[in-house]
Design a protein around this ligand. Sequence first.
Ligand code: IFM
Length: 433
Amino acid sequence: MEIDRRTVLAAGAALAAAPALATTRGARRFPKGFLWGAATAAHQVEGNNVNSDCWWLENTRPSVFAEPSGDACNSFALWRTDMDLVQRMGLGAYRFSLEWARIEPEPGRFSIAMLDHYKGMIAGCRARGLEPFVTFNHFTTPRWFAARGGWMNAQGPELFARFCDRAARHLADGIGHATTLNEPNLAGVLGDILPAGLLDADKAMAEAAAKSLGVPLFLAGNALWVPDAAQVKAHLLAAHKAGRAAIKAVRGDLPVGVSLAMLDEQGGPDTLAPAMREKYYGDWLRAARGDEFVGVQNYERNVWSATGKLPPPANAVRNMMGGEVYAPSLAGAVRHAWDVARVPVYVTEHGVSATDDSVRARLIGDALAELHKAIGDGVPVKGYLHWSLLDNFEWVFGYKFKFGLHSVDPVTFKRTPKPSAAVLGRIARAHAV
Ligand code: IFM
């Protein structure tokens, strides 16, 4: 067949109009440099975090914790094994957190040994070709910080900045990306999503802890109940700003952001969706405008009518917590983050609590296909870090909910890959979905 000039020109025009990321074979390739990773957080995997607020509450009576964290996944000792798993999957990044309660177990007393521990982890990432994506604070604070009122304390931001400064001076050199706080936008709004009664029980636990320590208020970093939501939010916003400034003062070229819990709030202008977006994310996404990136952490969607939240469709696949598994929610949340913050986005968490791993395996591919479309539409998404590398301690719910790409034996701590780990690994290696 003869190909004339017009045909060649028409083919060229069609190619130019095609989504920038498509390839001739139809594979949806991700942009060059897109980062693939898996995530954990110190308290949820390390074990024996005895100086933390959470440890105290887990062992207080009454306690809302289904069980204490105990040894967790013993990752404080087994972090090399964890990083080997990430490397073996073919990923390029590991997100983990520094444990403030270990580094500053008493106010103003910093442990060089503990700072060295995290320095070893950062070097361990680098040695395996993994980018260390480091969260400076993933919910838990030192017990002494909570006993001073936690994020209700007006000095909280300054105390956090002091910790960030000290940690950054020891560690910033090797870090790839840093986030200050994890999901601070949840503080004070958890009553909207958690089972009724849990907040009251959380308050009773906080009161018991305050009594046992002889202080007026014991407020943990991930408290469900807070005495004054507006005050806690103001202090957390200030803590992000001050923590970021402290880190940047040490290493100006280090990209620093904040990770936000974001549901895909669906509904038109006549529904409650716009108001809910503003309530849950507005101030935080605007705060992120001054950052190098924003971290989006998505697990579900909310569908709003003019009067309230609609129930999931009858045939919806459910996660272990009863919520709907809905793959496009990740891209929806990411698009909203970009619309408001206008800074590059990293998915710093995404996943599902499921004992049936095929749910996770399917979700990963389906959600990434939608994320790829968002990138094609011009949303600058720079990476995807799955929550979680391991089945781990899911806060007040204990070890029941399984988010891991690997299961962990509670006695031997042996990690076993699930099929979903291979699914994510295949996508990461192909750099395409
Ligand atoms: O386990 C948590 C994590 O600590 C913060 N983001 C949500 C995860 C799953 O609930």
